[in-house]
Design a protein around this ligand. Structure first.
Ligand code: DO4
Ligand code: MG
Length: 286
């Protein structure tokens, strides 16, 4: 079951939808559902969505609505160095910080950092940013966990943890500048409810970057390559911290373009996760 936020041509207000078949969005707003954040607090979420899916509510063709990010008011956080590929790429990027990456990959406590306020998250189809003061910029295609205020993983979506590798590589203390800036985080296109962690670990994560209609990079990994259990990442995120609106946690990048590659303005970034769908964004300089 796919839960989304969208607008229609007739109204700028965000509506909540359930994609029941491939191309129709059931408009849950007519059933009084106003916020994803409230819905995902329900202990019977999957049953409730199944029930709503059987009701005869008005629907819209999927290609006739504008999908918004499903992140409504949750803070977005990100785990790092959760794949061997990420550890190796970052150790190569910075002699200065190599030991830190090596250590955190093996340590009990994972790397978890703040990524974005909800209102700054980029929607499907809108531009993600590359910093004008950086010269080595990449997307990071990541499986994202949707977590309610009790710390339960209630669904999965796709995240793009846009990163400036030259800034990050110069000094680890620059990580927030490499990771948090305008349009540095895209999440969408919807939340998939129902699959378990074991199901999600079977999914493939594919990144494709197009430039002037030509493929300039493609790579793939499997979510099963993530070193730590998702529940462990969530447990650390919720340690000594409350999230009244829940949280979204990006689980790290396992596809890293070669060091010779940097994004350019007007490139198109498409991240496809097999159990979810695709998140596509053009690139703009910010
Ligand atoms: O430590 C730097 C960031 C790591 C990260 O974002 C990732 O592994 O995905
Ligand atoms: Mg990342």
């Amino acid at each position: 079951m796919k839960l989304c936020r969208f607008t229609t041509a007739g109204s700028p207000d965000a509506r909540i939808g359930l994609i029941v078949s491939g191309d129709a969005v059931l408009d849950l707003t007519y059933a009084g559902v106003r916020r994803v954040t409230d819905l995902v607090e329900r202990r019977d979420l999957a049953d409730e969505l199944a029930r709503l899916g059987r009701t005869s509510l008005p629907d819209h063709p999927l290609d006739g609505v504008r999908l918004l990010t499903p992140v409504e008011s949750q803070e977005v956080w990100a785990a790092g160095v959760t794949y061997l590929r990420s550890k190796e790429a970052r150790m190569e990027e910075s002699e200065f910080s190599a030991t830190a990456y090596d250590r955190v990959y093996e340590a009990s406590r994972p790397e978890i950092f703040f990524k974005s306020l909800a209102e700054k998250v980029v929607a499907p189809g809108d531009a993600v940013g590359i910093r004008r003061d950086a010269h080595w910029n990449v997307p990071e295609p990541e499986l994202a966990l949707v977590i309610n205020s009790s710390g339960h993983i209630v669904g999965f979506t796709i995240g793009n943890d846009m990163s400036s590798r030259d800034i990050e590589g110069e000094n680890l203390l620059y990580l927030p500048q490499a990771k948090i800036y305008t349009a540095a985080c895209a999440v969408g296109p919807w939340i998939v409810v129902g699959p378990t962690e074991d199901d999600a670990r079977q999914w493939t994560i594919h990144l494709e970057i197009q430039r002037e209609g030509r493929k300039v990079f493609a790579g793939e990994t499997r979510a099963g390559q993530i070193k730590r259990p998702f529940t462990e990442l969530v447990e650390y995120l919720f340690r000594s911290q409350t999230f009244p609106n829940g949280a979204v946690l990006l689980t790290g990048a396992g596809v890293v373009p070669p060091d010779s590659f940097t994004l350019q303005e007007r490139d198109s970034v498409r991240i496809t996760i097999s159990g979810i769908g695709a998140l596509e964004n053009p690139v703009a300089v910010v």
